[in-house]
Design a protein around this ligand. Structure first.
Ligand code: FDA
Length: 307
């Protein structure tokens, strides 16, 4: 039997994939609850949120929303926007740190052109002393994403990082394969609808996998970002970080708008915390994944429709 969390996620991601539903929600702009998870539609709004977070003791990684572009011109434009974001963050003294999805830079059209574009972004980050994180998307893109990461991390050590998803059976092997490169790893549970042939269907197995991977990453990776809002895992992670003497090689990461009180509590306790801050007009798929993570989030949409 599938876990109820997986059934809910599949249902929401399935319904939301319907073009009629997508048109209905996006017609309302950010007002149907997306505003809670998205900094705004412009770079200026993104920068404002990053500045406000920094004032509260949190660092940030800025994401220009978009995925699965269908032509290389759009991919090139996305890469240029990322270069502009890095320069703007640096100029504002906000720490040039971004997260990007390779499918937004053309991975599914032409992996060679995608590598050239992402290299352009990482070059700018390296010039500015900044950092580029390659988000991880659905399982069909994992091999190509890892190939591009391997190429870039050799060329720009310390300037580029990867994401690994605990729900995939393959991740333990992937992490071990990356360790000789001294990887900077963000570990998350995984946000896509994956079949039981590739991913653990039950939450308890995903959580156990997360903790096993975390233990290995804290011991052997160059840097580990613990990306979760799960308080049980966060408690365990604190203990494991201290035990592995990894305080200077680890940080917590959370999503903008999710559990803000928990975010502040971590910072008040002195733990380093980075917030993932997305902005842009292509917010729909990102918003839908946030809805699929928590049934109660659907209330924002319903409240917006009534209001
Ligand atoms: P879990 O789903 O068990 O939730 C733990 C607690 O947090 C619960 O109380 C839950 O209600 C609350 N919570 C979780 N999500 C919420 C939401 N949307 N709204 C309100 N409450 C919520 N995934 C991926 O596949 N590729 C990637 O590159 C990334 N990148 C990434 C970066 C960062 C910084 C984070 C924090 C997460 C990601 N993710 C991701 C998403 C990740 O895979 C996962 O889907 C979410 O973090 C939710 O899982 P939790 O670990 O929080 O646990």
């Amino acid at each position: 039997m599938l876990g109820s969390q997986l059934v809910f996620r599949r249902l929401i991601l399935g319904v939301a994939g319907n073009p009629l539903v997508s048109r209905m929600v996006t017609r309302h702009g950010l007002s149907l609850g997306a505003r809670r998870f998205v900094a705004g539609e412009t770079l200026e709004e993104g920068l404002r949120v990053v500045a406000a977070l920094r004032a509260r003791g949190m660092s940030a990684t800025l994401d220009y929303l978009g995925e699965k572009v269908t032509d290389l011109a759009a991919a090139r434009q996305a890469a240029s926007t990322y270069c502009e974001m890095l320069r703007a963050l640096s100029a504002a003294g906000l720490g040039p740190n971004v997260s990007l999805k390779l499918s937004q830079l053309g991975l599914t059209i032409d992996p060679g052109a995608c590598l050239a574009d992402v290299r352009r972004v990482v070059e700018v980050a390296a010039e500015l002393g900044g950092f580029v994180r390659l988000d991880m998307e659905e399982s069909a893109l994992v091999d190509d994403t890892l190939t591009i990461y391997r190429a870039l991390v050799r060329e720009f050590p310390g300037r580029v990082g990867i994401v690994l998803q605990a729900y995939l059976y393959r991740t333990q092997t992937d992490l071990r394969g990356l360790l000789p490169l001294g990887p900077n790893v963000r570990l998350c549970k995984g946000a896509y609808s994956e079949p039981p042939s590739v991913a653990y269907p039950r939450k308890r197995d995903v959580d156990a996998s997360f903790l096993r991977l975390l233990e290995l990453a804290l011991r052997e990776a160059a840097f580990t970002a613990v990306a979760t809002h799960d308080e049980r895992i966060i408690r365990e992670a604190k203990r494991m970080i201290v035990e592995a003497d990894a305080r200077g090689r680890a940080e917590f990461q959370m999503l903008f708008g999710v559990k803000p009180r928990l975010q502040q509590a971590l910072v008040d306790e002195g733990w380093p915390l980075r917030i993932y801050v997305p902005f842009g007009t292509h917010w729909y798929p990102y918003f839908v994944r946030r809805l699929a993570e928590r049934p109660a989030n659907l209330a924002f949409v319903l409240r917006g429709l009534r209001g």
